[in-house]
Design a protein around this ligand. Structure first.
Ligand code: HEM
Length: 282
C-alpha cells in the first residue's frame, strides 16, 4: 500500500477531521456506500443509469411521503391538527421535488427507451409497493394490489397492514366528525380495506367548512393542504403518462397492461374527491 501524504492545507487546526478509527460518521449515518452501489445495470446502454437512479430516487421520495402522511394520520387521530398540517405541508414540498425528478426522463425517444427496455423484463413501476402504500393512504385501497408481493414477506406484511388501517382521508373525516360535522356513520364505519367512495354528505361538510373560513380557519387550511397533495399526486400521474407516451407510444407496458390507455384511466382518478366537488357548492 502506498503512503498517503495529506495535503497540508487540509490538516490545519480549523479544518475538518480526517482520521476515523472505522468508517466515517457520515457513512455510519447516511450509508452512502450502500446507496451508491445499488445501481446494478442490466444493459450496456449509457442511458440506463439515469433511468434506474431516477426510479430509485422516486422510491426514496415515496418513502418520505408515506412517512409524512402516516405522521399526519396519527396526529389527526389525536386531534393534533398543527402536527398533521406541518407533516402535510412538508409532503407538499416533497411532492414538488418528486415531480421535478421527472425532468431527466421526460423526453426519452422510443429508440432511446428501447436501448434498455428489453433488459427490464417484466419489471414495471406497477410493482412498486411504496407507491401502493401512497395510494392506500390516499384512500385508494385494493386487496388485489397485494398479490404481486406474495413472494416478499416484509413488503407484503407492510401492505397488508396499510390495507387494513384507516387511510389519511379516513382520519381527516373522523376528525371532522369529532369536531361536530355531519359525516355519516356509513362513511365512518366503512370497510377500510375497500376503496373510498365519494359521499354527498361529506361533500356538504366540506362545502359548509369552505363557506365559513373565519369560523373554520384551521379546517380550511387542512383542506387546502390536502388539496395541494391531491393536485401534486395528479401532476405526478400526468407527468408519468406524458413521459410514457413520448417513450413508447401505445405499446403494451412491461408490466403487461395496455400501457398509455391504462395509465390514462388511472390519471383521471380524483384524490380526496369531495374536496374538489364541494367547490361547486360554496
Ligand atoms: C419513461 C419511463 C417510463 C415508462 C415508459 C413507464 C411506463 C409505465 C407503464 C406502461 C405502466 C403501466 C403498467 C405496465 O404495464 O407496466 C407504468 C406504471 C407505473 N409506473 Fe412507470 N414508466 C416510466 C417511468 C417510471 C418511473 C421513473 C417510475 C418511478 C417509480 C414509475 C412508476 C410507475 C408506477 C408507480 C406505476 C403504477 C401506476 C398505477 O398503479 O397507477 N414509472 N409505467
Amino acid at each position: 500500500m502506498s503512503t498517503i501524504h495529506p495535503d497540508p492545507e487540509a490538516t490545519g487546526a480549523d479544518t475538518p477531521h480526517l482520521d476515523f478509527a472505522g468508517t466515517t460518521p457520515y457513512e455510519d449515518y447516511v450509508q452512502a456506500d450502500v446507496l451508491t452501489h445499488l445501481q446494478h445495470l442490466r444493459s450496456d446502454d449509457p442511458g440506463e443509469m439515469v433511468f434506474l437512479v431516477t426510479t430509485q430516487v422516486m422510491e426514496l421520495w415515496f418513502t418520505v411521503i408515506v412517512h409524512e402522511w402516516e405522521t399526519a394520520a396519527h396526529a389527526l387521530r389525536q386531534d393534533r391538527l398543527t402536527v398533521a398540517r406541518d407533516a402535510l405541508k412538508r409532503s407538499v414540498r416533497e411532492l414538488e421535488a418528486l415531480n421535478a425528478s421527472w425532468t431527466p426522463l421526460a423526453q426519452l425517444t422510443p429508440a432511446q427507451f428501447n436501448s434498455y427496455r428489453g433488459a427490464l423484463g417484466e419489471g414495471s413501476g406497477f410493482q412498486s409497493a411504496m407507491y401502493r402504500r401512497m395510494e392506500f393512504l390516499l384512500g385508494d385501497k385494493s386487496a388485489s394490489m397485494l398479490v404481486p408481493h406474495r413472494g416478499a414477506p416484509r413488503v407484503y406484511a407492510e401492505l397488508e397492514k396499510a390495507l387494513a388501517e384507516p387511510s389519511l382521508y379516513d382520519e381527516v373525516l373522523a376528525l371532522l366528525a369529532h369536531r361536530g360535522h355531519a359525516v355519516p356513520q356509513s362513511v365512518l364505519g366503512r370497510d377500510l380495506t375497500q376503496k373510498y367512495e365519494p359521499s354527498p354528505e361529506v361533500e356538504a361538510v366540506w362545502a359548509e367548512i369552505y363557506a365559513d373560513p373565519e369560523r373554520y380557519d384551521d379546517l380550511v387550511r387542512l383542506g387546502e393542504a390536502l388539496t395541494d397533495v391531491g393536485e401534486l399526486v395528479w401532476r405526478w400521474r400526468n407527468d408519468h403518462l406524458v413521459a410514457t407516451r413520448r417513450a413508447m407510444g401505445s405499446k403494451t407496458g412491461t408490466g403487461g397492461s395496455a400501457g398509455v390507455a391504462w395509465l390514462e384511466k388511472r390519471a383521471t382518478k380524483n384524490v380526496f374527491p369531495e374536496l374538489w366537488t364541494a367547490r361547486s357548492h360554496v
